[in-house]
Structure formats: C-alpha cells, structure tokens
Design a protein around this ligand. Structure first.
Ligand code: SF4
Length: 485
C-alpha cells in the first residue's frame, strides 16, 4: 500500500521513497526536536477539529487501513457532515483527510498544518488527496490549507477562528491532479527495482531535510566532515556550485571572492585580534552576571497575551562574578503546568545585582525574552527594560572574528566556540545525565506536565538545572580565555 506521505517523499526524491519502503536502516531516526515538531503537528490537527465541531473521528489503525476506509464510507452513508481523518484508498494509495466537511451537497477538504504559512508542498498534499477522493466518488468543491495565524494574541478564551488562517488552494491543487496517475505508476516501478541512484543536491534539504542524508552524503558521496557545505555565510547555491565543480573540502575552496570570515575558515589557523578583545573585556563592569534562559514554544498559545510560537521562558541560570575570582550561582526553574513568566521575572529582578554588566551569548534572544516579559507585566516594565540596557554580547568577539579558532569550523555558535576554546567543558556536556542541548530542554519541559511519576519529575528537573547551570558556567570559561588575550 502506498500513502500520501510516501507520495510526497517520492516527489522530493525517488531514492528517499525507495529507502523508506525497502531499507529503513539507512534512515536517521527523528531527533527529539523533530519528534517535537511531529507531535506539535498532531496536536494542532486535533485542535483544528474544533473549527468544525461534532465530527466523526476515524481512529488511525496501521494494521487495518481498509477498515478505516470502510468506517469512512459508513460515516458518509450515515450522513456525517464532518469527518476527522476521513480515509480512502484508490489504486493502493491511501490518504487520510484531516477534516472533510459537507455543506448541503458540497464536500470541502481541510488539510491542517502547524506552520504559520503555506508551502508549495502543501499543494501537492491537497492534490493527491483530491485525486483519491474524487476517484472514490467524493466530488470536492474546495480544498483548503488550515495553518496557524501567529498574529493572533490570546485574550480570554481561545478563538479558533482567529488562531487559524484558511487558504483556499483548489485551483492550484487541481492543476497538479492530472500528473498523479503517472507518478503512482513510477512509484510502483521504482519499488520493483533496485535502490535508485540519485546524486545529492538541494533536493536533499528542501522542502524537508531528508532522513537519508547521512547515508547518501557521508557513506555514498563521501562528503567529508569539513566540507564546502560548512562554508560560513555562503548560501546553498554557492555551496552546491563549489561541490559540483569538484571541491569537497573546505581547505580547497579558492580564497578569492571569499569574505574575511570565509578566508579564516579556509586557512584553518588560529586568528586573534588583541586590541578589540582587550577593549571588549575592559568595558565589562563588575559584578558581571552571565545570564542564560531556557524557553519553550507552543503552536497553540497557552498563556494570556501570548501568540503562537511565542518563546516562553521557564528557566534561567546566572553565574555572577562579583569581583575577579569570586563566583556565585543562582538559578530558577518554573513550576510545572502553570505560566512560569511572572515568578521568573520577579526572581530574575531579585537575583541579578543592581549594577554591573549582564553578559549573554547571543543577546538578541535574551533581550527579546526580557522585552516580552516587560510587555506582559507592565508593573515590572521599568526594571526589566533597565536590565536590557546593561546587556553585552559575549558572542561579539567570535561573530566579528576577533577570535577565531580552527575548531570552530566557520561557526561562532557557542556549541562550536566552547569545545574549541575550553575542551574540558565539552566533556562536561557529554557527561550530563539527561538534557544536553537547548532543544532537548524545551521538549523535555513541554512534556513534563504529562509525567505523573514524581520521582521522574524530580530527576528531570535536576537534569534541566544541571544543563542550564553548565551553559552559564561555559560562558564564564569563555570569558576567561578572552581575558588571557
Ligand atoms: S539524501 Fe538526497 S539523494 Fe539521498 S535519498 Fe535523500 S534526497 Fe535523495
């Protein structure tokens, strides 16, 4: 049996489709972050059912897909006007429609997406559903993409009509229906043959990063670790052009037409500009507070005054250098299941010294979190915004390439800077018992309210605290290296 998602995979790359069907061992399992994105999609789909309440749900059953199609047929015969996950099979191709809704004698299809806009691949998604439904005798009057409207601000009860935007894609989708039978035949003949050959290219990254990328890029194509694809600030076209011209290693990229940052990466040598680094360090004022927030986002706004995908801070860590050699640590981790922002904002104001520099790594993020807290709590606005005035960015010396270590491999992200400058801290991250990156912290926090085991919850909370504490401790260590300059 073929499915809609296999059809979309085939459109991206026939080899990806073949591997999915014939050799899953070549595929990389979803990361916790990707899994969170899938889970968000499921959650948003279920919330969108509320746009057409009272519908009949066809429960997903992988072991009995024909049974799902039969239940759908029965629901239609019994005059159901709204069906969630309405299932159909034609030419051994299975589709499940997020929402199928009937108004008088017209059927309307709604495909729900957790994104904030409409991508071209969604039109193919609607087209293949249209093909299967109309061959099953369901004449569609409209096909629509339902997606998140991130301009909607939660104010009182959740208003689904404002949370979602609906775009009619009937005309565009119909234009793509004619090609579907041919494509289905191609899919069947590909499956009957051996693993197809397909060179790597931009299609590996779009519309989604392919889960066979490690296999095709590293194992088959031999793309090295320090490849042209890591060339800093270069767009994908330039990287693929270089690769197609026979240049695989970053060291072989001709330095002409390269920016200074790219040239440093190509040369692969330590580069230090002492004067601006000394000035940067000299401008920091004690007590120096190293600040790092952890945050999560949800597609459906949970708290008043927030929008879809607003970053909600739930945790921070502070390492405070009161004076040279005197380090203090403070931290906050919010209560589970309630809005952590007020408590976090109040404790942040109490914990951060009244003067001195506040150091962050990538100030845009921390300043935007503080700015949003100030907006949410007008009575705290003045002291919160005053914090932002004192923020300096520890990323700056690396972003400006005043300090460049070859192990950064072109990047100035803390994940690359830290192991390059302070290798022993990298070991500390590897030894963390649980959470060891920001994405994991976010997905772990989001899942906590569903965990009913108090021992596990306590364990996870301590893992979150350990992770965030290490982040600000890492900043202290990076600043120490700059001081040595
Ligand atoms: S990595 Fe690229 S070439 Fe390989 S299966 Fe995926 S899309 Fe196709």
């Amino acid at each position: 049996m073929l499915s809609k998602s296999q059809y979309l995979k085939y459109l991206q790359c026939p080899k990806a489709f073949w591997l999915y069907r014939k050799d899953k061992s070549k595929l990389t399992p979803p990361s916790p972050l990707q899994q969170q994105i899938f889970d968000t999609g499921t959650e948003v789909g279920e919330v969108a059912w509320g746009l057409f309440p009272g519908g009949r749900l066809i429960p997903f059953n992988i072991t009995n897909i024909p049974g799902m199609a039969r239940q759908t047929r029965t629901a239609i015969t019994n005059s159901a006007d709204t069906i969630y996950e309405a299932s159909f099979i034609v030419d051994k191709l299975f589709v499940a429609v997020d929402i199928l809704h009937r108004e008088e004698d017209s059927w309307h299809l709604y495909e729900v997406k957790s994104s904030t806009g409409v991508k071209d691949t969604y039109i193919d998604d609607a087209a293949v559903q249209c093909y299967v439904l109309e061959k099953s005798g369901i004449k569609l009057t409209s096909m629509n993409i339902v997606h998140i409207n991130n301009r909607y601000v939660l104010d009182g009860e959740l208003d689904l009509k404002q949370l979602f935007s609906i775009l009619d894609v009937t005309d565009e989708a119909r234009l793509r229906v004619a090609e579907i039978p041919l494509r289905i035949d191609e899919m069947k003949s590909i499956l009957a043959g051996p693993e197809p050959h397909r060179p790597i290219g931009p299609h590996c990254l779009s519309p989604y990063e392919c889960d066979a990328k490690d296999y095709c890029w590293k194992t088959l194509a031999g793309v090295p670790e320090n490849s042209v694809f890591t060339l800093t600030t270069a767009n994908p076209e330039r990287k693929f052009d270089l690769y197609k011209s026979g240049i695989a290693n970053i060291a072989d990229v001709p330095p002409e037409d390269c920016t200074m940052a790219q040239q440093l990466q190509i040369q692969g040598e330590l580069h230090i500009e002492p004067d601006p680094i000394r000035e940067f360090v000299r401008d920091l004022v004690y007590p120096i507070t190293h600040l790092d927030f952890e945050s999560f986002q949800s597609a459906v706004p949970q708290y008043q005054g927030t929008q879809a995908y607003t970053q909600i801070p739930f945790q921070y860590s502070l390492h405070i250098e009161e004076n040279p050699g005197n380090l203090l640590h403070k931290e906050f981790l919010g209560p589970i299941g309630t809005d952590p922002r007020r408590e976090l904002a109040e404790q942040l104001l109490a914990d951060i010294p009244e003067e001195g520099t506040i150091l962050t790594y990538n100030q845009k993020f921390e300043k935007s979190i503080i700015g949003k807290l100030a907006k949410a709590f007008p009575d705290l606005k003045t002291p919160l915004l005053a914090l932002n005035e004192r923020v300096r960015d520890l990323m700056l010396p690396f972003q400006k390439r005043w300090y460049y270590h070859p192990a950064q491999n072109g990047s100035y992200s803390i994940k690359k800077v830290l192991p390059a400058l302070v290798p022993e801290m990298d070991e500390a991250y590897k030894n963390l018992p649980g959470v060891n990156n920001g994405g994991e912290a976010s997905s772990t926090w989001s899942a906590l309210p569903r965990n009913a085991d108090p021992n596990q919850v306590e364990q996870i909370r301590s893992e979150l605290l350990a992770y965030c504490r290490l982040d600000t401790h890492a900043m202290v260590k990076i600043l120490d290296v700059l001081r040595q300059v």
